[in-house]
Design a protein around this ligand. Structure first.
Ligand SMILES: [Ca+2]
Length: 205
């Protein structure tokens, strides 16, 4: 019995000794991570800025907002001018097209209060525009104006003169009285960017 016990103990010691001599198992090395491209950071795409529309001129009565009271020929409508080189107030103008010699257009605008005003306007010039005369409340206003230009463009300010205006509606008349010989086609067009009423200080007594 004692002998058997001795054998078992010896055997145990031997096994322990053998175990101590075994190379330690090292953990298997992890396989290298698959080569994947680093995640790319998507830069947020900035939204397209809206097309720049020219600001409105301070104090302007926009041609495109005028009330068309009467026209004897053609069509009068608002026209987007941002496709052309130049700076129309609000990027838009009144466009009277497909007129004829002697055609008349009458538009209404409001004076803010009773007073004396210098009335100025800014026309559009174009290759097919007419020579025009203006009236203000049926009275002649300013000089005859040739609106021909080889390219569509915004014109210079035109002085129609000084007028005593009451608060409320007044009427600007445009008559096609001719057309430049270079105009092609000769469609007697007219364009109005804006009108402006400049108060005239009362004369000193
Ligand atoms: Ca305008």
């Amino acid at each position: 019995m004692l002998r058997s016990l001795t054998v078992v103990v010896a055997l145990g010691v031997l096994l322990i000794a053998l175990g101590a001599g075994c190379p330690k198992q090292t953990p298997k090395a992890s396989p290298p991570p698959p080569e994947t491209a680093p995640p790319t950071v998507q830069e947020p795409t900035p939204p397209e800025p809206p097309a720049a529309v020219p600001a409105k001129v301070e104090g302007a009565i926009e041609g495109e907002d005028l009330k068309v009271i009467e026209k004897t020929a053609g069509e009068a409508q608002s026209q987007d001018m941002t496709a052309w080189v130049g700076s129309w107030s609000g990027g838009t103008a009144l466009w009277w097209h497909d007129g004829e010699l002697g055609a008349r257009l009458l538009v209404g605008f409001d004076a803010p209060q009773d007073g004396r005003y210098r009335v100025v306007l800014v026309p559009t010039l174009s290759y097919d525009y007419a020579t025009v005369r203006f009236t203000l409340d049926d009275q002649p206003a300013g000089e005859e104006l040739d609106l021909y230009a080889a390219e569509v463009q915004v014109g210079d300010e035109v002085d129609l003169g000084e007028f005593d205006l009451t608060k409320g509606e007044h009427r600007l008349g445009v008559e096609a009285v001719g057309i430049n010989e270079k105009a092609d086609p000769k469609t007697y067009g007219f364009g109005l960017d804006y009108l402006k009423l400049e108060p005239v200080p009362a004369a000193a007594p």
